[in-house]
Design a protein around this ligand. Structure first.
Ligand code: NAD
Ligand code: IPM
Ligand code: MN
Length: 362
């Protein structure tokens, strides 16, 4: 098959992990006789520096003209003092919105060979397999007004948590559809004891859930959910929640797998291409050092092949290669234990590539 992929390296470790992902894509293309054409686009800090805006129109156009978008990460201290609308992160929010990517899927799978890499006890994380379905184009991130103001008694600030019923309906429906293909349980996470938006969220979850009698629905308050994720993560199958709650809970949940550097994501739901990115950021503390774990981005490529290109055999090959490499004991610094030999980004990528090549020629 012939596919056009818009590639957005971004900032910090973004370009490093994207380089790994492209090498993996090239390997898949060669082995499975596909043709992937890459068109590179700028977003975030690099776009601010070179084009004066975090989201150039040309980037939106390139994304829309492709079959899938692969993104590294954006942001960094260099741009942290810019006003809100000029920050790199605004570019990321803008592209998600422009492509109508309201559903962000963040799978959390504990690899058996990484159980001791987690800071949690082995028996707590063994067998963890959950999916966070994060609403991505609404909620606290997008509600208006969002501003600073001068009031008579001094400076004030407002962020707004706004949802239309239809926005809640479509994301909850997505969660139920996914649960049907998994263990048939949806945990809807909210703050319904305080927030009006959460009370509507809960109401809608009940209504949508009524159409899925084969799927169990439970509601959980977000503070309790944060605790339960650490206490007994195996109770969860699909977790569906508001944009910011999902952001926070997914970084927390990543530690069940051993590292933030392990978690991929798929942002889907629009009429055009899906966007695939690791959940981690630009990691300024390790940028430019060839140290970053490329597996989250490599696994995001697998999600792109599976969800956008319908290439499940190819996606399986990547995921299996990652599992094999971990089982063989190869580690980047973030998942290494004492006495492990530490591989750099390029070496880890090479191991995954060798494994994909082996699997296919066998
Ligand atoms: P971060 O995710 O960049 O890093 C948090 C910690 O995890 C750091 O210690 C980092 O070194 C480590 N880490 C992250 N990814 C890793 C990897 N692949 N391998 C090994 N270690 C890894 O979060 P932060 O430091 O809070 O944010 C840094 C910048 O990234 C900020 O500007 C933030 O806005 C941005 N950010 C961007 C995205 C995105 O583009 N999707 C996501 C999150 C944060
Ligand atoms: C993520 C990031 C982004 C978010 C930031 C950089 C805007 O943290 O993708 O998880 O909060 O959505
Ligand atoms: Mn985040």
């Amino acid at each position: 098959m012939n596919k056009v992929i818009t590639v957005i390296p971004g900032d910090g470790i973004g370009p490093e992990v994207i380089k790994s992902a492209i090498q993996v894509l090239d390997t898949v293309a060669e082995k499975f006789k596909h043709q992937f054409t890459y068109q590179y686009a700028k977003l975030g800090g690099i776009a601010i520096d070179e084009e004066g805006t975090p989201l150039p129109q040309s980037t939106i156009d390139l994304c829309k003209s492709s079959d899938g978008v692969l993104l590294g990460a954006v942001g960094g201290p260099k741009w942290d003092t810019l006003p809100g609308h000029m920050r790199p992160e605004k570019g990321l929010l803008g592209i998600r919105k422009a492509l109508q990517l309201y559903a962000n899927l963040r799978p959390v799978t504990a690899h058996n060979s990484l159980l001791d890499a987690s800071t949690l006890k082995r028996e707590v994380v063994e067998g963890v397999d959950l999916m966070i379905v994060r609403e991505l184009t609404g909620g606290l991130y997008f509600g208006q007004p969002q501003e600073r103001r001068q009031e008579v008694d001094g400076e004030a600030v407002v962020d707004t948590l706004y949802y239309k019923r239809s926005e809640i309906e479509r994301i909850v429906k997505q969660a139920f559809e996914l649960a049907r293909l998994r263990s048939k349980k949806v945990t809807s996470v909210d703050k319904a004891n305080v927030l009006e938006s959460s009370r509507l969220w809960r109401e809608v979850a009940e209504e949508v859930g009524a159409n899925y009698p084969d799927v169990k629905l439970e509601h959980m308050l977000v503070d309790n959910a944060a605790m339960q994720l650490i206490r007994n993560p195996k109770q969860f199958d699909v977790v569906v929640t508001e944009n910011m709650f999902g952001d926070i809970l997914s970084d927390e949940a990543s530690m069940l797998t051993g590292s933030l550097g392990m978690l991929p994501s798929a942002s889907i739901g629009g009429e055009g291409p899906g966007l695939y990115e690791p959940i981690h950021g630009s990691a300024p503390d390790i940028a430019g050092q060839n140290k970053a774990n490329p597996l989250a981005t490599i696994l995001s490529v697998a999600m792109m092949l599976r969800y956008s290109f319908n290439m499940s055999e190819e996606a399986d090959a990547i995921e299996q290669a990652v599992t094999n490499v971990l089982e063989a004991g190869f580690r980047t610094g973030d998942i290494a234990e004492k006495d492990d030999k530490i591989l750099n980004t390029e070496e880890m990528t090479e191991k995954v590539i060798e494994n994909i090549q082996l699997a296919v020629t066998n």
